[in-house]
Design a protein around this ligand. Sequence first.
Ligand code: CP3
Length: 358
Amino acid sequence: MPAQPPRNDRFLRALRREPVDCTPVWLMRQAGRYLPEYRATRREAGSFLAMAKNPELACEVTLQPLRRFPLDAAILFSDILTVPDAMGLGLYFVEGEGPKFEHPIRSAADIDRLGVPDMETDLRYVMDAVRTIRRELDGSVPLIGFSGSPWTLACYMVEGGGSDNYGRVKSLALNEPAAMHRLLSVVTDAVIAYLRAQHQAGAQALQVFDTWGGVLSPAMYREFSLRYLKRIAAELPRGDGAERAPLILFGKGNAPYVADLAASGAEAVGVDWTIELGDAARAVGGRAALQGNLDPVTLYAQPEAIRREVGRALDSYRDGNGGSREGHVFNLGHGMSPDMDPDHVAALVQAVHELSAR
Ligand code: CP3
């Protein structure tokens, strides 16, 4: 992959805490059902998984939001559950019920059978999608690769799908902590190999989604989630100097742990909307960049309200960061929903760029 920097590099510059002309913005789940062109491609493919496993179609839906809005980064269209699928758990989707596994983890023996999948065979379709998207982006904006966090992947692997209270996975952690650590350890090895392979295939930044870290008590968060996020930050090979792909640790409900995450060695921390961005910036203390954090539900409000809330978040960041806008990547605090209005997304992106222009 040629080492040419992208033409719009304000996203990577912000992650390196370098000066930018305005604050960069991308949105979690920026490709998805709220776009009619996404629904058309999905219909053509037959299912979400068929689309994600076809590199050309995955590339097409990755690019769709960039054709509509002047976003500052693309994110690989895939899913966090590709990794447990490649570990043999058998991912499938039930309409209206979300993801499920045919062979969830139900015993220590199930854990001992797990191994790290081969990235260029078992997960070849993901690496091919990364290579295809990089080619089609042609240097216009950087491409973000991603993975689930070990804890979040373990939640789905043990629960067998989504859960109301995470009873099975928390019970495993409480009753058989050694088995739980063996599970988290092999999943962490797989996550590191997966992110490294995406980087080698062309991903220019890497985000870990710790969607369910916030359901743990502080003591359990530190033992079963933070510990493995720190291992990823320390051990993931991601290049050096200007070539280094920044690592973003995003977590829902991670507000109490922002300082720990900033000290992990990751280049950036992503937060949800339950913390004031200025307070998050003070907790980070200049050790990392910060990504966030508009409540996604703000997108249901009128464009004037969206603009006002964008302004508030930008100002809050600056107040907590010694008066400077550097080191901030604007995003939602979590993903978009299928019934959101594309025109409101346009208003949000425009507001970020205009209100932060130097
Ligand atoms: O952000 C992007 O645009 C990139 C694409 C992306 C998807 N999933 C596409 C997707 C990313 C980054 C993910 C990550 C993901 N997947 C997470 C972590 C992010 C977060 O929300 O915290 C989680 C927990 C999953 C697991 C998952 N995949 C669920 C719970 C669902 C069902 C959701 C639903 O709305 O039905 C999926 C499927 C999925 N992944 C969809 C998309 C666009 C919807 C599939 C469809 O078209 O029906």
